[in-house]
Design a protein around this ligand. Structure first.
Ligand SMILES: [Mg+2]
Length: 398
């Protein structure tokens, strides 16, 4: 079996998503995906990686993974080289599953759970849907869709928590500190800004008490002393974790943050490859290991990160808030890793635009996700996808 073509797809309506098809001489095609800088990743796949992949056996996944990152600028990161490698790697695992006639979670070791708890990341329908990805500018309120959960947590987080609980969802992630972070360039927070940003936490606890877990997303926008100040101010609300409290380029600084609070520190979907995670784990800088399979090096790297987290006795928590194929890949990973704590999900996405693009969206009921059924990832781009008028395609072939 050999790779005969690599085809990439982008659509105007979801400007950050890049899908990839890896095609073979045996008629089996693998589907992969990455997110952010879609055009740049597309260029890297065709201009640099295609010549290394075409003609190769797609089932030599580890070897191809190594080959894709054997580049002078592909140092541990979630940069273009890693995102391109991730998209192709996910497609190779999809292909492997299809050849074997088994779901990807089986190829990764099999089910560790019958169902997996999800938390709702409270984004709205059009959150991060354009290349304008500056925090707060990405919020895109009021552009349609049933679940405007971001607008909801910024206005009445208590009502949102009640609605989530009514749907069986017992954990939610919010980021009300982003507006003051952007306003003050992450340098400080005023007493008034602190009061405003804390209001959603008060509303949640007043409305539903401790029946709702709250994850706090900092989006790496603050300096260390301000992040510590916010962490202390939120402690009375007993959040589950603080995520990406500072920029993830100093294990030492994050270790200081982690030591400063009883709340767990979560890090980080922004890290690429196990080498980056090791630096943070060695310094006891994170309690929950978050990874995005579309960014960190695909399923091949993701399962090594999960395994490494376990050697440090840390839980693993795959990221979502990307596209539907990345979400499916994350769920296969979640189910196959024994230390998975919880799976991120965005109901505005999986009940919304994900359904317009792919044939199967994971079943999520009563706050739990259930395993995808194989073979492969168990989902495909819908037939109508290829007729879209906003579709951009690029092809490299043998
Ligand atoms: Mg995050």
């Amino acid at each position: 079996m050999k790779i005969t073509a690599i085809r990439t797809f982008r659509v105007e309506a979801h400007q950050n998503v890049l899908w990839v098809h890896v095609e073979t001489d045996e008629g089996v095609t693998g589907l992969g995906e990455t997110f952010y800088g879609a055009a740049a990743v597309e260029a890297h796949i065709h201009d640099t990686l295609a010549s290394r992949l075409l003609g190769q056996n797609p089932l030599h996944i580890e070897a191809l993974h190594k080959e894709m990152l054997n580049l002078p600028n592909a140092q541990s990161s979630t940069g273009v080289e890693y995102r391109a490698c991730s998209a192709i790697d996910i497609a190779l695992w999809d292909l492997f599953g299809k050849v074997a006639g088994l779901p990807v979670h089986q190829m990764l070791g099999g089910l560790c759970f019958d169902r997996m708890r999800v938390y709702n990341t409270c984004a709205g329908t059009r959150y991060v849907s354009t290349t304008k990805i500056k925090p707060v500018d990405t919020w895109n309120f009021g552009e349609g869709g049933q679940y405007e959960d971001l607008q909801a947590f910024m206005t009445d987080a208590g009502a949102l928590a009640e609605d989530l609980l009514d749907n069986g969802i017992t954990a939610m992630k919010i980021w009300p500190f982003d507006p003051p972070a952007m306003e003050n360039k992450g340098l400080y927070i005023s007493a008034e800004q602190m009061k405003t940003a804390i209001r959603p936490f008060e509303q949640i606890r007043n409305a539903v008490g401790d029946r709702m877990e709250i994850m706090v997303e900092f989006h790496s926008l603050w300096n260390l002393p301000t992040a510590k100040k916010i962490a202390r101010a939120l402690e009375p609300f007993a959040p589950t974790w603080y995520e990406d409290a500072i920029r993830m380029n100093s294990p030492q600084a994050l270790a200081e943050f982690a030591r400063s609070t009883d709340v767990w520190t979560c890090a980080s979907e922004t890290l690429g490859s196990r080498y980056a995670y090791k630096e943070f784990l060695d310094r006891d800088a994170c309690h929950v290991v978050m990874a995005d399979l579309c960014w960190t090096g695909g399923l091949t790297e993701g399962r090594k990160i999960a395994a490494m987290a376990e050697t440090y006795h840390r839980p693993f928590a795959p990221h979502d808030c990307i596209g539907p194929v990345g979400f499916a890949a994350a769920i296969h990973m979640s189910f196959s890793q024994p230390n998975t704590l919880i799976q991120e999900s965005v109901r505005a996405f999986y009940k919304g635009w994900y359904r317009d693009l792919v044939t199967e969206v994971p079943r999520i009921e009563g706050g739990y996700v259930y395993p995808m059924e194989g073979p492969g990832l168990g989902t495909e781009l819908q037939p109508g996808f290829f007729d879209r008028t906003d579709l951009n395609t690029r092809l490299s072939e043998l």
